[in-house]
Ligand binder design. Structure first.
Ligand code: MCA
Ligand code: AMP
Length: 492
């Protein structure tokens, strides 16, 4: 059996999930996920690696559906709740999903999308109540998840996560950050990414701990929960810490004192998915007494580098390789460079992915002699890694979401009268980067609002241009290539 699920048998009576509807034990989770498996199998012996998409908000249903897919031998494909139909359709087609499990609020919408494909749609709440006939006996598959991520080539790619890699990740984080069964993790991140799904939810459940799942991030609600003293672990992207700090400033002295006292009792506060500005780290230290533990990861490799749990946490740095992770820094010929010389980070180890879904060429190109090319520039000093930025200017990180400038440009080119365009990431104190679009128009220039309306049905919210410049020409080199650093200056 899948080890994560096997371990749940040891603490059946303990609380596993708390969500807006109530509290659920590990025993409840085991029963509900077996029901889901029965419903999905519908008499077949195994799903045999069939992809099952999920459109379910964070909560007990989400976990039960995911475990049920795994028990039935399927591969879960968590969809992003905020994405428009065009983005969802792309994933459904690329992953060749054979079934979609949707929460009741999303059932009609997913049924509409499924109607154009040969795809079953099942309602999560109904599946969870399927009558069971004995234990599920499907052999566990090797592959567990497809997580979609944008890159420098083409549309988003599905990263295939094996059960063994999920387990390796959970073990790495449990060891490095000393997870305990009496932890209670506060989840406010989306569940189609590693950060919310593996780091918070799965690692909490791996340890027999509680995961308190919220349907999304709400600044006041999170302050309320942190102030309750119940959560012991909190993980978020820098944008979230920034927003919490902004609201903190509006609190009176008595409220601040009370919050400071409860925050002192938190065991672990982690930041990741994007660079944590030192100013945010320092402001959070002043507010909470916690030096945020900054770590570095990627959808393809999970968590790779981390500041120390017990030792010094170095502002502006991401620490050392985590247990079992090997890291090296190379030049553009894949030759290792000396410490202190900036280069590209490559990583290998049991938690690193092996392949993109049905993309053998991209998979091969992303490895050098078994080392995964992260595409991040780093420098190491006395064994401590600092992230310097991305090798490609076409990768933008906004609010912890990775987006591809090229993908946005492709959509913009469909705007009536748009002759050419260049998309860049513009520095932003709250979002890390914001998407900026410079456009050349052959027809009447659009307002930002008009452009947004055009893109909204076609692109995920994080990919929408938030700043617009209409220009006569784009800066190019002698070969005609657009010079993105100079495009950024157009927005100064
Ligand atoms: C929402 N908007 C965004 C983003 N999120 N725009 C740019 N970038 C974003 N990330 C849009 C909304 O659609 C809205 O647009 C406007 O911004 C304001 O929305 P708001 O309600 O303020 O935003 P929110 O819904 O509160 O979301 C902000 C957020 C969220 C909580 C920071 O983006 C978030 O949960 N980010 C975390 C993503 C994450 O988990 N990344 C991990 C992947 P409009 O006004 O036009 O409607 S990386 C990973 O997993 C690796 C392994 C790692 O290292 O961790
Ligand atoms: P994703 O592909 O969405 O999983 O995002 C992974 C990317 O996020 C990495 O390649 C880095 O560029 C970035 N990232 C993650 N953690 C950090 C961090 N602590 N500091 C800087 N960048 C980070």
């Amino acid at each position: 059996m899948i080890e994560l699920i096997q371990r749940a048998l040891n603490h059946r009576a303990r609380i596993a999930v708390v969500d807006e509807a109530g509290s659920y034990t590990y025993g409840d989770l085991l029963v509900a996920s077996e029901s889901v498996a029965f419903g999905l199998l519908a008499g077949a012996p195994s799903l045999e690696g069939a992809r099952v998409a999920t459109m379910v908000p964070p909560g007990f249903e989400y976990v039960a559906v995911q475990w049920g897919i795994w028990l039935a031998g399927g591969i879960a494909v968590p969809l992003a709740l905020t994405h428009p139909d065009a983005e969802l359709s792309y994933v459904l087609d690329d992953a060749e999903v054979t079934a979609i499990v949707a929460a009741s609020d999303y059932f009609e919408r997913m049924s509409r999308l499924a109607a154009r494909r040969r795809t079953r749609v099942l309602e999560a709440g109904v599946l969870l109540k399927t009558a069971r006939a004995g234990p599920v006996e499907s052999p566990p598959g090797e592959d567990a998840l497809l997580l979609y991520t944008s890159g420098t080539t083409g549309r988003p790619k599905g990263v295939v996560w094996r059960h063994s890699a999920i387990q390796a990740q959970a073990e790495i984080m449990s060891t490095a950050w000393e997870w305990q069964a009496d932890d209670r993790a506060l989840l406010v991140l989306p569940l189609h990414h590693v950060h919310g799904l593996i780091n918070v939810t799965t690692t909490a459940l791996w340890n027999g701990a509680i995961v308190e799942m919220h349907s999304g991030f709400d600044t006041a609600e999170v302050w309320g929960r942190l102030g309750s003293g119940a959560p012991t672990v909190f993980m978020a992207v820098p944008t979230i810490y920034r927003r919490l700090l902004d609201l903190w400033d509006s609190f009176g002295a008595a409220q601040q004192d009370a919050l400071r006292a409860t925050l002192g009792g938190m065991r672990l506060m982690v930041s990741g998915s994007a660079a944590l500005p030192v100013g945010t780290l320092e402001a959070w230290r002043a507010v909470s007494g916690h030096v945020l533990l900054e770590r570095y990861g990627m959808t393809e490799i999970g968590m790779a580098l981390s500041n120390s749990y017990r030792g010094e946490r170095i502002p502006g740095a991401v620490g050392r390789p985590l247990p079992t992770v090997e890291a090296r820094v190379v030049d553009d010929t894949d030759t290792e460079v000396h410490e202190g010389v900036a280069g590209l980070l490559q990583v290998r180890g049991p938690s690193v992915f092996r392949r993109y879904w049905q993309r053998p060429e991209e998979t091969a190109a992303s490895f050098a002699d078994g080392w995964f090319r992260t595409g991040d520039s780093v420098v190491v000093s006395e064994g401590i890694y600092r992230i310097l930025g991305r090798e490609s200017v076409d990768i933008i990180k906004t609010g912890g979401e990775k987006v591809s400038a090229l993908e946005i440009e492709d959509v913009l080119r469909g705007y009536p009268g748009l002759a050419d365009c260049a998309v860049v990431g513009l520095p932003d104190p709250d979002w890390g980067e914001r998407v900026g679009a410079a456009v050349i128009m052959a027809g009447p220039p659009p307002t930002l609002q008009e452009l947004l309306e055009f893109c909204r049905d076609r692109l995920a919210p994080e990919k929408l241009p938030r700043t617009l410049r209409v220009v006569d020409k784009l800066p190019r080199n002698a070969l005609g290539k657009v010079l993105k650093p100079q495009v950024k200056e157009l927005f100064a």
